[in-house]
Design a protein around this ligand. Sequence first.
Ligand code: MSP
Length: 570
Amino acid sequence: MSTYQGYPHRLDVRHMSTPPPSDEEHFFITTPIFYVNASPHLGHLYSAVTADCLHRYKLLQGFKSKFSTGTDEHGLKIQQAAESAGKDPLIFCTDVSERFKRLFVQCNISYTDYIRTSDPVHRRAVERFWTVLQDKGLIYKGSYEGWYSMQDESFLTPSQVADALDSSGKDIKISLDSGHKVEWMKEENYMFRLSAFRRPLLAWLRGNPGAIQPERFYQDVLQWLQEELPDLSVSRQRSRLQWGVPVPGDPQQTVYVWLDALVNYLTVAGYPDAHAQWWSSAHHVIGKDILKFHAIYWPAFLLGAGLPPPRTICVHSHWTVGGKKMSKSVGNVVDPVEKSGRFGTDGLRYFLLRQGVPDSDCDYNDAKVLKVLNAELADSLGGLLNRCTAPALNPAQRYPPFCPELFAAGSGGRATADDWRLLEAVHGLPAVVGRHYETLHAYKALEAVGGCVRLTNGFVQRHAPWKLDRGDEGDRRWLDTLLHVALECLRTYGLLLQPAVPETAHRLLCRLGVGPGERSWSALSFLPRARGMACPFEGRALGADCGLLFSRLEPLDTDDRKPKRTLKRA
Ligand code: MSP
């Protein structure tokens, strides 16, 4: 049983349960900082790609967006990993931290801040944060006795622990949540008065129903808060844990790794110096396994320190392989460096964002990646661009003119009800896609774009512009109009895809001759000619043909399941 002894002060906990209004200009998005005890895997990249997509979307919308990521380097398991590698902990951490950085550069993760908990600037923030909590009487010296999972760096109550056998058949206890082995721990250390924060946390959540998304995770946290919260041990004896920030004023103790790690978000915002501007617009992207730390401990620490909780905590589920959680011991860890080498940076990004669902786990396999990329990026989108820019159909290599009369209803018009439906769908697409990006449902955003790409391919197919006669005045005007509409559709898709697949979107927009200054969200005015307005692209030369937008991928012999081959389009 966990017991807490000590002399906590009875304090009136002042709290700010409602964040102050953020200014309309700033946006601050974070990924969790990654443990450096092992190499990056696909799940890590997923957290980063999800946050990157939102950051890029916000920039396109004109926000000043800050995007932080980095590495979580302190703690017992890192200390032990460095020891078993026979390396100095800082050298060991630098090595792995650089690996994360390289992966992020390779995958176009456009972070603005890369933080390491071993940075002196972060240590200063942790020391100040600790001192503020202590000065407010929220930290007291006590003793902790209970279960601890080193892998999760987490304290557990008896109800969170179960019996199990290890690989040699020995009886052990494991965390019900993560399955990791737990050990009994008895130590003198500092405690944080978490128990005082149950009501403030409930008040914060009830006043901010969108604070944790998706809804099911918000409900989980409310449920956890139905029970009393035990106080939390926030330090370890220095004799056991040397690799961490020493407790200010008591070098015999090391700050608990989660308190240390969570403060990274404040460090990036500028704490303990001016930080309010960024902090008041902070949004965290996290995986579901670290919800308790972010939705209970972190807001409680912040409220205790007199700071507002983050605006939103956006939770995503996990990637599994063969239905099992990725783990080194199962041997099913997917290496994102290898996969982005094989499928391309945008290929892997597209797959993760297109298939990853925040609410439920997704299973990874190469065959699925191949199938999705070939169908959606190579054939559907790439094929559409290819058709509409091919010199055979567009010998002048220009954005052709649009003839409103041919698209109007009534006599003289050649458009059909299906065509108007397409226009309506593409016109409404930016709002739909923006809403989904905003709520981190990139899969819905990409699904919506994909649906419109299919409609546009149907439009081209239906009117078969290749059968029209350029020598005939009426046919030529209709052919130009068809191409103008298709290129406007493609321009819209290119703009909307920028947050998800920046390189592919860039290639697409370059081919259409859309300049760098014409790619923001405010440039999303689809087919202005149909609304009697001028189109700045009409008559403009297309950009150079740089080959296929996205090359079809071939299955390898080693692929687990081969997808059905689809026919190559001309
Ligand atoms: N260091 C802590 C976070 C501290 S933040 C103040 C940590 N690190 S981690 O390296 O274990 O995980 C980092 C992120 O990767 C988390 O969001 C986690 O959910 C995510 N993923 C780890 N495995 C995952 C999958 N298999 N699938 C998807 N994401 C997963 O926790």
